[in-house]
Design a protein around this ligand. Sequence first.
Ligand SMILES: NC(=O)c1ccc[n+]([C@@H]2O[C@H](COP(=O)([O-])OP(=O)(O)OC[C@H]3O[C@@H](n4cnc5c(N)ncnc54)[C@H](OP(=O)(O)O)[C@@H]3O)[C@@H](O)[C@H]2O)c1
Length: 329
Amino acid sequence: MRTFQDSLATYGKFIPYAAIGLVTLLFMRKTFRRGHSVLRRKHLAKGKTILITGANSGIGLAAAIEFAKQDGRVILACRNREKAKKTVYAVRNETNKGTLVMKHLDLESQSSVKALAEDLLNTEEKIDIQVNNAGVMGLPYALTEDGVERTFATNHLGHFILTNMILELLKKSKEARIIVVSSMLYKRGMINLSDINNEKAFSSQDAYSSSKLANIMFANVLSKKLEGTSVAVNSLSPGFVRTNLSRNGLGDSWLKSLLYQTVGHFLMRSPKHGAETVVYCALDPSLKGVSGKFFRDCKEKDLLPHALDSAVSARLWDACVDFSKDIKT
Ligand SMILES: NC(=O)c1ccc[n+]([C@@H]2O[C@H](COP(=O)([O-])OP(=O)(O)OC[C@H]3O[C@@H](n4cnc5c(N)ncnc54)[C@H](OP(=O)(O)O)[C@@H]3O)[C@@H](O)[C@H]2O)c1
């Protein structure tokens, strides 16, 4: 049997060539990657009001910069006012174009979500694009002030309430788009209708995956409800992106956290690259009227059957209405 030393003696001479090849590939990827053509267009957001949640970090910040560059009026909905001010500087550092409006939003708190919705209903004439982007991962089990598990409340329920409350503003746009930022981890998600708060067996990873599955089901149900209106709804995965999402760790496994922080960071795409599919779904003229689809890498992708289960999706919707007390859908 060949030992490790034998293999090293045979193949070791190739290691420097492999290393040079890898470095060259990474250099070429960074140098020649020009991004999707939507990023090279100008003024696609002119005249449009774009609401984006979680705009102070990662994918949300990168998307907000692009929307401003494309001359949009961007409403940055952030939970931390200090970070939101820094976001305005960060966007202005990149571009002088567009208009920026700061709004407070804590998706964990239904009263904060409803306050933002009412503020928008009182102050905006219309919203053309809504990006449900904010998200958390790796939180330990805890309930919000409204008695909802925090990951589900932030990633799904808060956006469910906000979107339903401001739908009339989206309907006032000639061509409105709602974009729901999900993840390929939806594949591992499961909607346990008898235990949405995960009270029986909590795992932070499962809570994240299930909230991302819930995002997709929400987009699909809403797109059906909005058939015949001017509002399209699509969901997407931004890919594996270098952001602050893992700030709480990955939950249950220290080994996974370590690999994520080391090897993972090397393989991840930049926030700007991660925001590309968001910007594509929000602005690309070719997607006019396209609704109820899922995208990754600026291409439509098929979903696994469990994400298309219309009976579970409808029951999840009803459960969210119950959780949100007094909203109408
Ligand atoms: N990064 C990836 O590889 C990846 C992959 C698939 C999907 N995604 C999805 O991409 C989206 C953006 O995540 P990201 O990677 O850009 O992570 P990020 O850098 O951590 O950004 C998350 C944003 O959500 C905000 N947020 C968190 N809790 C909130 C709350 N209760 N109310 C309002 N805003 C809140 C954060 O605000 P604070 O700064 O105040 O915390 C931050 O602005 C998420 O939906 C995530 O699930 C990311």
